[in-house]
Each structure stands twice: as C-alpha cells, then as structure tokens.
Design a protein around this ligand. Structure first.
Ligand SMILES: Nc1ncnc2c1ncn2[C@@H]1O[C@H](COP(=O)(O)OP(=O)(O)OP(=O)(O)O)[C@@H](O)[C@H]1O
Ligand SMILES: [Mg+2]
Length: 272
C-alpha cells in the first residue's frame, strides 16, 4: 500500500529510498568520468584509490561499475568491513571468495593469493573492492602491497580498489604506506553535487517514483543544496522529510519555508 502522504503528492513509492537498481543509478556528467576511470583502470589491471566525502555516492559508483563491467573477464569481490586486524581481514576475504578459511595468518594469505593465481589461469581478473578503507587497520594497510605481488612482482593478476573518505588519501600519503600508495596508479575523487546536480537528482528520483511535475520550488531546492553541501544521503533524508511535512501542511508544492523548518528540526536533532 502506498503511504497516504505519498499518494497525496502523486507518488507511488518513497522516492528517496536507497533501494535503487544498479542499472538505474544516476550518472550525471560529474560522476560518469569516475565510473569510466574505474573501468579504464581495471582494463589495465591496475589498482585504484577512490575518495569522497560521506554520502557523495562512492558505494553507488561501485554498484554502477558492477553493472557496466564485462561479466566474463572480471570477478568483483566486495568487502565492506574494514575494521578488522590483518588475520580477520584475510579471513573475511576468504569467506567472500568462497574459500574455507584457514587457521593461521600465513595460510589465509596463501589461500587468497592462490585463488588469484587460479583466476589468472582461467583468464579472469579478480578485483577486490575495499569499501570504508579509511578504517583499515594499519597492519592490514601496510600488508596489502604484498597481496599485489605475483611472480616476483612481474604480473598484474589482481586489482585492489580502495574506497573511503578523504582521510584515506592522507593515510596513504604517510611514509609507512608508500609501498602501497605507489602501486595505486589511478587516484580518483567524487566531488560533492553542484547546485544543478542537486536539482537534477531530485527531479530524477521523483520521476522514478511516478511524479513528472516540479514538486520542489526552485528556492526550496537551493536551500536543500546549501544545507546538504552535495551529500546525496543527507539530501535523501531532508528531501523525504520535506515531502512528509508538505503533505502534513496539505500543500502540493514543497516550498522554501517547509524546507527551512525541516532543516531546523534536523539541526536541532543533531545537536541534541
Ligand atoms: N548514482 C546514484 N544514483 C542514485 N542515487 C544515488 C547515487 N549515488 C548515491 N545515491 C543516493 O545517495 C545515497 C548515498 O550514496 P552512497 O552510499 O553511495 O554514498 P557514499 O559516498 O558511499 O557514503 P559513505 O561515505 O557514507 O559510505 C544512496 O543510498 C542513494 O540513495
Ligand atoms: Mg559508502
């Protein structure tokens, strides 16, 4: 059943849910080059670091990559728990790869690197996507370049894609991480949304939910952009709250005063 506040605004589903199929992810001119950059890097069998502020769409870009990469030649493995010591990190990787996790750190590492070599024999390029990589333990981070070493470091059999907040870049720049950093040849960044992006994003998500008319007044959109500083997750939360408040006020247009009220409440909640 469609919630009454959605029906009142002519929407058939919540427009700002995170449940958006990979094929329908929005790739404006500001994001397409990041997906293309990832595809180019993986085509070269290279490794990548991708950074961006919270909520700018890093994980969604990985999903867009999953949708676009040729399925036959690549195997993507996604790891989202970076908060593990080295042994547990490799154990997680073993489980994600469908391998039975061994007991010691050495045998876990061996199982993962053997898996990589076996994929090379099948002409499949494995890609390990390490999300939230700014949280990687130092002992894991400084070991990763060893995982990239095959045949006396003469073969590119694996790509690592480290994804995280901008502090990941700062960590990689530390002297103790230079062995890994120098092997991450592609360094990408996702910028926050521009004001035009924000307006386009709102329009697109509303259209997907069944609404073709302009539901947000332009000054309401401008205020949302200012308050969210280009973070789509914040935009999802505040825009959804603004829709609920608009319906409660029995209006058909999301106006600036409604958005201002929602932002005020959100700020009060955050500071409590
Ligand atoms: N390309 C996209 N198309 C449609 N919606 C998107 C897209 N990118 C992001 N979003 C929306 O923004 C939300 C946040 O995006 P995402 O989780 O990718 O951000 P993130 O940069 O990984 O954040 P964090 O640093 O907190 O992990 C998503 O749940 C989704 O609703
Ligand atoms: Mg993320």
């Amino acid at each position: 059943m469609t919630a009454p506040y959605l029906a009142a605004l002519g929407l058939r589903e919540p427009p700002f849910s995170k449940e958006i199929p990979d094929a329908e992810l929005w790739l404006p001119a500001s994001k397409q080059p990041v997906v293309d950059g990832l595809l180019d890097a993986l085509d070269e069998r290279a490794s990548v670091v991708l950074v961006g502020e919270p909520g700018v769409g890093k994980t969604c870009v990985l999903r867009a990559l999953r949708h676009r990469i040729p399925a036959a030649g690549f195997r993507l493995t996604y790891c989202h728990n970076a908060t593990l010591g080295r042994r547990d990190f490799y154990r997680q990787l073993c489980v994600a790869l469908g391998l039975s996790p061994a007991a010691t750190a050495g045998s876990l590492f061996y199982a993962v690197s053997r898996h990589v070599e076996e994929r090379a024999e099948e002409r499949i390029h494995p890609v390990f996507l390490l999300d939230e990589a700014h949280l990687l333990h130092q002992d894991t981070l400084e070991h990763l370049h060893i995982l990239l070493n095959y045949h006396w470091d003469s073969r590119a059999l694996l790509s690592l894609v480290l994804v995280g907040l901008p502090e990941l870049r700062d960590r990689l720049a530390l002297r103790r991480n230079r062995s890994l950093h120098s092997r991450l040849h592609h360094r990408l960044e996702i910028a926050p949304l521009t004001p035009d992006d924000t307006a386009e994003y709102l329009r697109l998500r509303l259209r997907r939910a069944g609404c073709d008319r302009e539901l947000f007044a332009s000054d309401a959109t401008a205020l949302l952009h200012e308050a969210t500083a280009g973070s789509m997750r914040d935009l999802d939360r505040l825009a959804a709250a603004a829709l609920r408040e608009t319906a409660r006020r029995k209006r058909k247009l999301v106006e600036r005063d409604t958005v201002a009220r929602v932002i005020e409440e959100d700020t009060r909640e955050r500071d409590r």
